[in-house]
Every structure is written in structure tokens, then in C-alpha cells.
Design a protein around this ligand. Structure first.
Ligand code: PLP
Length: 384
């Protein structure tokens, strides 16, 4: 008897995980590969979770999440001006990934198409395909700082297109979509009657005057946008698994039924602590400032390395750097960098064909490690 489904067998280990497994067998490695803040969750938030445990907030919550937390999301987050009804239009999920998987579970019929940027964090593709959908990649390029172009999107829309994913600031590029491009994409979504899934998990991490714009705020968009967010990156809470979706009531209701049947709810103390976190946006700002300094350190350091050219990353904690001048594939470059200089970077090809020739560098380590890593990358590049 074959126990495991073909579908499950088709799931692959991501290239990022594979790099970490290799690095795990070595010593003295500096990782610029990790997609999560390295700092501790703010004390205030930890204290709130401890209080929740002592108060006995250790039981199931409503499937859509506690009303207190949903009210905080509606009233205190960046969504407050759009105006979501916490009782009907918000669901709390197991992080952003839990939000995305519930979304694809309730949205997709066999063969439905979802437009996904290339390069892009690949979990989207894995989830869409697992749920029977087809991931259609939207090519982007360095000339446009890896921002999806409205005309390219429009050409790829077919009668089977159900949704377009946008992710700004973006993983892996750190690029931030400008407001005008977003407006044009919103118009295309309305014209072709498609849903937009807006993954905003990095939207508190913005630099150089970049602005946070949510596509749901454009005319006709609130009713066709599923906003996905989490506290993972903004409050250094990746392990807490607290995220949410704000969207049309019908969609939230379907997701809530799915959550009831699949995983009941997000963890109760985390929701309690999350409610406190949202009342303290200054905690996000403290984190952002740390990353802002590191970003400067990294970009300045890369400028001093002949052959490497960075993109213009105005958000998240990633730089997407062009290494094509060395004539190596991005996988060969990263493997050799790890073997010869013990630095982990992620090959751009891990995020799609358009990422070939680039590497993702995450500035999620201490300033001193970052400075040492840049020195090692320089030595490596000079040896090529
Ligand atoms: C673009 C993007 N979306 C969503 C997530 C998921 O975040 P979480 O599930 O921790 O909230 C990640 C994590 O790396 C990400 O990079």
C-alpha cells in the first residue's frame, strides 16, 4: 500500500533550506540567508504572553480569532483608514503562511490560475500547486527594480485567472512598489474582475522615504483584496505564528469554516500578546531603525566590491545583488561562497528563473557579523 499521496511526494525541499543544511555541517559560518529578524521579541510583548498564561488564556479561541485582537487589527493597524468590520472581515491565522494556505484552500478550483511574481518567495507556488491551482509567473527584471509591470500582468490574464499576488516590500528583492504602479494594477484587477492577494508582511520595514501603500485602499479594491499580514517580521515574532487576513466577509467566512475544520485557531496567548503589540507601533519602529543601519552598512560595503551591483531595495531586510559579471550561476556562486568563505547567501534562481544571476543577501545578523561577511564576500569575489 502506498501511504503517501503523489501530491505530497511532489513537495520539494526549498533551496534555502538546502543551503542551511549544508552550512549546518560547517563551523565559523556567517548566515546572510535567514528571512527573519534575529533580535528577541520585545519584552512588553513577552510579558503580555506570560500574563495570558497566568490568567488561564490557554484554551481554544473563536475560529476567526479573539474579537479583542480582531478589533485591534481593525482599529490600530495600518488598515484602520480602510475600515474593516472586525466581526466579519478579519480572521486571525497561524502566521502569514497559515493565512495564505487557508486562502488557497478556499479559493482554488482545479486549474485556476494565480499570477505570482518571478522572482518571488516560492512558498506561494508550492501552496497554490498543492491546492490544485496553477502558478503563472509574472516576469520582472533589474531594469524595473523587479517590480511587476501592469502591462505584463494584463497580458498574462486568462479566463482562468482567479487572483494576482502582490508582495511589497518584496521577498527576495526588498523592492517596494510605487503608488502609481499599484494604482494601475488595481485598475487591471477591477477591469478583469480578479482578486488581489496582498502579502504585506514586510510593510513596517521601509527605508529612504519609501511609503506604505495598501492596494485595498484604491477605488473598488476593498471588495476584491485579501490583505495578508503577520506579526512575524514587524515585531520579531516569527515563532509565535500570529497572522491575519482582512478581506471581504464572504471570503473570511469561508476561511473561518476551513480553519474550524483544519486547525481550530491561532494560539491563544499569542493573540493576547498580539493585541498588546498592536497598541505599541513604536516597537516596530525600533526594529526598523536597526535594519535601516544595517542596510546602509551592507549597501556601502557592496559598493566597494568590484563586479557586484545591488538593486534598489527600499524595504524588508533583503538586498538582491547582481553577480552575473562573474560568469557563474547564482547556485554555483553561493555554493562556492559557502565552501570557500563560509558565508550563506541564497541563489536568486531559488526564487524563479528571473532571479538567475542574482543573490539574495539578508541583513538579519549583527553589525559585526555583517561587516565580516562583506569582507569575506569581497575576498571571494577578488579570487574569481
Ligand atoms: C513574502 C512572505 N510572506 C509570508 C511569509 C510568512 O511569514 P509568517 O508565516 O512567519 O507570518 C514570509 C516568510 O518568510 C515571507 O517572506
Amino acid at each position: 500500500m502506498e501511504f503517501i499521496s503523489q501530491k505530497a511526494k511532489g513537495l520539494k525541499q526549498g533551496a534555502i533550506r538546502a543551503m542551511f543544511d549544508r552550512a549546518g555541517t560547517m563551523t565559523n559560518v556567517i548566515s546572510l540567508g535567514i528571512g527573519e529578524p534575529d533580535m528577541a521579541t520585545p519584552q512588553l510583548v513577552c510579558d503580555a504572553a506570560t500574563e495570558a498564561l497566568h490568567k488561564g488564556i490557554t484554551h481554544y479561541t473563536p475560529n476567526a480569532g479573539t474579537l479583542d485582537f480582531r478589533k485591534a487589527i481593525a482599529a490600530k493597524s495600518y488598515l484602520k483608514d480602510i475600515g474593516y468590520d472586525p466581526a466579519r472581515e478579519i480572521i486571525v491565522t497561524n502566521g502569514g503562511m497559515g493565512a495564505l494556505s487557508l486562502l488557497f484552500l478556499v479559493l482554488l478550483e482545479e486549474g485556476d490560475e494565480i499570477l505570482i511574481q518571478d522572482p518571488q518567495w516560492l512558498n506561494y507556488v508550492a501552496q497554490v500547486e498543492y491546492c490544485g491551482g496553477k502558478a503563472v509567473r509574472v516576469p520582472t527584471d533589474k531594469a524595473h527594480n523587479f517590480i511587476m509591470q501592469p502591462e505584463t500582468i494584463e497580458k498574462l490574464i486568462t479566463p482562468k485567472t482567479k487572483a494576482l499576488m502582490i508582495n511589497t516590500p518584496n521577498n527576495p528583492t526588498g523592492s517596494v512598489m510605487d503608488e502609481e504602479t499599484m494604482r494601475q494594477i488595481a485598475e487591471i484587477a477591477v477591469k478583469h474582475d480578479i482578486l488581489v492577494i496582498s502579502d504585506d508582511v514586510y510593510n513596517t520595514l521601509l527605508y529612504d522615504g519609501a511609503k506604505n501603500t495598501c492596494i485595498a485602499a484604491f477605488p473598488g479594491m476593498k471588495e476584491r483584496t485579501a490583505v495578508v499580514n503577520s506579526l512575524s517580521k514587524s515585531y520579531a515574532m516569527t515563532g509565535w505564528r500570529i497572522g491575519f487576513v482582512a478581506g471581504p466577509a464572504e471570503l473570511v467566512s469561508a476561511m473561518t469554516k476551513c480553519q474550524e475544520n483544519f486547525n481550530a485557531c491561532a494560539n491563544a496567548p499569542g493573540q493576547y500578546a498580539g493585541t498588546v503589540a498592536l497598541a505599541h507601533p513604536e516597537l516596530c519602529e525600533e526594529l526598523r531603525k536597526v535594519f535601516e543601519n544595517r542596510r546602509r552598512l551592507l549597501l556601502d560595503g557592496l559598493k566597494g566590491i568590484k563586479g557586484i551591483e545591488s538593486n534598489d531595495p527600499k524595504g524588508a531586510f533583503y538586498v538582491f545583488a547582481d553577480i552575473s559579471s562573474f560568469g557563474l550561476s547564482s547556485a554555483d556562486f553561493c555554493n562556492r561562497l559557502l565552501d570557500e568563505q563560509k558565508v550563506v547567501c541564497i541563489p536568486g534562481s531559488a526564487f524563479g528563473a528571473c532571479g538567475e544571476g542574482f543573490i539574495r543577501i539578508a541583513y538579519t545578523c549583527s553589525d559585526s557579523d555583517l561587516a565580516e561577511a562583506v569582507a569575506r564576500i569581497k575576498t571571494f569575489c577578488e579570487s574569481l
